[in-house]
Design a protein around this ligand. Structure first.
Ligand SMILES: NC(=O)c1ccc[n+]([C@@H]2O[C@H](COP(=O)([O-])OP(=O)(O)OC[C@H]3O[C@@H](n4cnc5c(N)ncnc54)[C@H](OP(=O)(O)O)[C@@H]3O)[C@@H](O)[C@H]2O)c1
Length: 101
């Protein structure tokens, strides 16, 4: 996206900018002139999404679009899936998408 001209980007994940890979990506994007933020934000929690967006509004332009690429895997046969695993895997997809909306 940066190669195609994106100049502002927010990356939401529960782990945020933790870890070497994340730090390297942020440094690379900043070097390319991209205004980038990677706050820790679990999108399944509406309050976390609201608070994060409210804070970022201070320093970022209006949001023009988003890509929902969150995923949590708990591989197994459906008949062996308990409700906790079902909720863990569907929440970021369903509730997370609704919260971003
Ligand atoms: N890999 C495949 O073969 C494949 C095939 C078809 C479709 N897809 C789709 O492509 C997308 C990306 O897949 P991927 O393979 O790149 O997966 P991935 O490497 O596991 O990345 C998933 C990301 O979702 C984040 N995430 C999980 N729960 C979250 C939450 N509650 N709030 C915010 N972020 C959350 C994770 O970060 P944290 O853990 O830090 O939150 C992680 O960065 C997914 O939508 C997946 O369904 C993948």
């Amino acid at each position: 996206m940066a190669e195609k001209g994106a100049r502002t980007c927010i990356l939401l994940s529960r782990s945020g900018a933790e870890g070497k890979d994340a730090q390297e990506l942020l440094e690379e994007m900043t070097t390319r002139g991209v205004n980038i933020a990677a706050p820790a934000c679990g999108i399944s929690a509406e309050a976390a999404v609201s608070a994060t967006i409210k804070e970022l509004k201070q320093s970022m332009p209006p949001i023009k679009g988003y890509i929902q690429a969150s995923m949590v895997l708990k591989d197994g046969l459906f008949e062996n899936t308990n409700s906790e695993d079902f909720n863990t895997t569907t929440k970021p997809k369903v509730q997370g998408t609704w919260n971003l909306h």
